[in-house]
Design a protein around this ligand. Structure first.
Ligand code: 5GP
Length: 128
């Protein structure tokens, strides 16, 4: 099924290149379904990105077109990465930007994991 709001998957996007090992990343986890690595511009003491291995543009694309195994494997990896980073007792936030209003910059589905400090309210107020 095609997804509105974003163009088709572009295999030259930066996360596709990280998946292929063409550019380096600070990897924290890899399995059959997911790769996790530190964000290059961290917004919290812990800021890790988890991406599926398949070519999905966004969460909208992934939730419709990924297989059950890919969905289960990916979300289990998100939980494992947060656990392995030691964030469960203090808590953490997971977030995925989708499309223009979501502020998505990289067109390969990814989940941000933030932790290591009190993260405040969910969504910042619009700038005055
Ligand atoms: P988005 O706004 O698409 O949800 O988030 C994209 C994220 O990817 C940003 O937090 C940005 O800092 C991160 N990012 C962009 N390019 C790179 C890169 O080359 N390496 C890593 N590790 N993170 C990147």
């Amino acid at each position: 099924m095609s997804i509105t709001g974003l163009p088709p998957y572009d295999s030259t996007n930066i996360f596709a290149r990280i998946l292929r090992g063409e550019i380096p990343s600070r990897k924290v986890h890899e399995d059959d379904y997911a790769l996790a690595f530190h964000d290059i511009n961290p917004q919290a003491p812990v800021h890790v990105l988890v991406i599926p291995k398949g070519p999905y543009v966004s969460h909208a694309d992934f939730s419709v077109n990924a297989t059950e195994a890919e969905i289960a494997g990916f979300w289990r990896a998100v939980g494992k990465v947060a656990r392995d980073l030691g964030l469960e007792s203090s808590g953490y936030r997971i977030l995925s930007n989708m499309g223009a209003d979501g502020g998505q910059e990289v067109p390969h589905f990814h989940v941000h994991i933030f932790g290591g400090r009190r993260l405040g309210r969910m969504v910042p107020r619009p700038e005055a």
